[in-house]
Ligand binder design. Structure first.
Ligand code: AMP
Length: 282
């Protein structure tokens, strides 16, 4: 496994790969790797000849400085995990490599970002759009792998690729969960024991809402009940719990079993913000 730090370093390997007709798969990450990330890596191994994993904690997608400063950094163990998965290249750029200067452009995803994460994390998707574009331009992958856990992010990136005619195929990998159902996240390692216990309210409320919707209960009743459930957990604070179209990200006010739908949730456990989602009608 080769660790590369700059686009120029990678360029030589890229040329070699292209000359020998090898397909390149990219898995963008912010490090602190867990089994969810490794599922993406394994999928990338199946689907490409050469796998590049990038590790870069992108400052421009954090709208909360404290969250950025406390984001876990476990580079040594990340590299061990990736080496065990027989990854070919790990791209570990520093901030100056990705941002020699502050970008001037601003990517506005319109309607797509006027709900959910877009509302609660202003500027977040602009940062994601810019860093993903940069990674695609530097690494030039044929395929790129993203997790369904960040559902709205997958929608944003699909739009980016479509609108800018990028020649990269996107592959979305299902959410990997802990045994008790909590969606794996690098932020989970920052939860206290009590926060970790109460964090199960995210997946439990998604499953409860799904069951009730499918049993015929009205969405507004379900949503109100979930808000009350959150109020009973002293360490949990709900940001949103919405029923949406999983590609257009429009909010539904009613459940319709003839329309694609997912529920998305974001909540704080203490100071740690977690998100999750569950398809209701895929
Ligand atoms: P991050 O390091 O959090 O930026 O995530 C890097 C990639 O891994 C993104 O495409 C995420 O959606 C994906 N990912 C994060 N957590 C999970 C999970 N539990 N299951 C599947 N994919 C995930």
């Amino acid at each position: 496994m080769q660790v590369v730090y700059t686009g120029a370093d990678w360029h030589e390997y890229w040329l070699r790969s292209i000359k020998s007709n090898k397909s390149i798969g990219l898995v963008p990450t912010m490090g602190a790797l867990h089994e969810g990330h490794l599922d993406l890596v394994r999928k990338a191994k199946e689907e490409s000849d050469i796998v590049v994993v990038s590790i870069f904690v992108n400052p421009t997608q954090f709208n909360n400085q404290e969250d950025f400063e406390n984001y876990p950094n476990t580079l040594e163990s990340d590299l061990d995990k990736l080496s065990n998965e027989n990854v070919d290249f790990v791209f570990v750029p520093d901030t100056k490599t990705i941002y020699p200067e502050k970008p001037v452009i601003n990517i506005n995803f319109g309607e797509l970002e006027r709900v959910l994460e877009g509302t609660f994390r202003p500027g977040h998707f602009n940062g994601v759009g810019i860093v993903v574009s940069k990674l695609f331009n530097l690494i030039r992958p044929h395929k790129a792998f993203f997790g369904q856990k960040d559902l709205q992010q997958t929608g944003i990136i699909k739009q980016l690729v479509k609108d800018l005619s990028m020649e990269v195929e996107l592959i979305i990998v299902p959410t990997r969960r802990e045994e008790d159902g909590l969606a794996m996240s690098s932020r989970n390692m920052r939860l206290s024991t009590e926060e970790r216990n109460q964090s199960l309210i995210l997946i439990n409320s998604l499953m409860k809402a799904k069951q009730e919707l499918l049993a015929g209960k009205q969405w507004f009743e379900v949503q109100n009940q979930i808000k009350c459930d959150f109020e009973e957990k002293p360490l949990a604070s709900l940001e949103y719990f919405e029923l949406i179209h999983p590609e257009r990200f429009t909010r539904y006010s009613k459940f319709d079993e003839n329309q694609k739908s997912s529920i998305c949730v974001a909540a704080y456990l203490g100071k740690i913000r977690l998100i999750d989602n569950l398809p209701i009608i895929p």
